[in-house]
Design a protein around this ligand. Structure first.
Ligand code: ZN
Ligand code: ZN
Ligand code: ZN
Length: 174
């Protein structure tokens, strides 16, 4: 029952005289033509009702247009005739130069970090190689010994297996 209530829109004072059913209020609020909206263009402080926004955007002094005088950069509409293309180009160049310098700085920083990593890896590798070389010479003595000792083991193990098959009998018989 309560949802059938018809209430007055918040934007009544701006001209929305439509009565809104409570159940549709959320929907209406989102699309009410009389909702005041601030212009999105940078520098523009104008607030207009939603229904007038399209008209305002077409004539807003701060809307961006592509300069037809020469620089081809987007400029605020009321600046198109007065601005200096050279100044726009210069500031764009400076912006690009600053961006380039920043990129270059971070690139050279990561490059020197990489270089440090490579150097420390080289040092580690060198240490590893020299210690491995001393270990290899020690291994040579042991490996000749261990292979000589390891070979007989499978044979004697096979013999043990044959023996163990006989042992249960010898355990049970007494
Ligand atoms: Zn409304
Ligand atoms: Zn505007
Ligand atoms: Zn220009």
């Amino acid at each position: 029952m309560i949802n059938r209530l018809i209430i007055r829109c918040d934007n009544y004072s701006h001209g929305c005289i439509e009565g809104v059913k409570l159940e549709y209020y959320d929907v209406h609020e989102k699309q009410c033509d009389y909702l005041p909206l601030k212009c999105m263009n940078t520098g523009c402080e104008v607030t207009v009702l939603r229904k007038d926004m399209l008209a305002h955007e077409k004539e807003c002094h701060f809307r961006l247009v592509v300069c037809r005088k020469g620089c081809g950069f987007p400029v605020a509409a009321d600046q198109e005739q007065n601005h200096s293309c050279v100044a726009v180009l210069k500031s764009n160049m400076e912006g690009m130069e600053a961006m380039f310098n920043k990129k270059y700085k971070s690139l050279s920083e990561s490059f020197s970090k990489l270089q440090q990593k490579v150097e420390s890896l080289q040092t580690k590798l060198h240490l590893h190689q020299s210690s491995a070389a001393s270990r290899d010479s020690a291994n040579d003595d042991r490996s000749s010994y261990s292979t000589g000792a390891a070979t007989p083991v499978p044979d004697s193990y096979g013999e043990d297996e044959h023996n163990s098959q006989r042992t249960p009998d010898s355990f049970e018989s007494p």
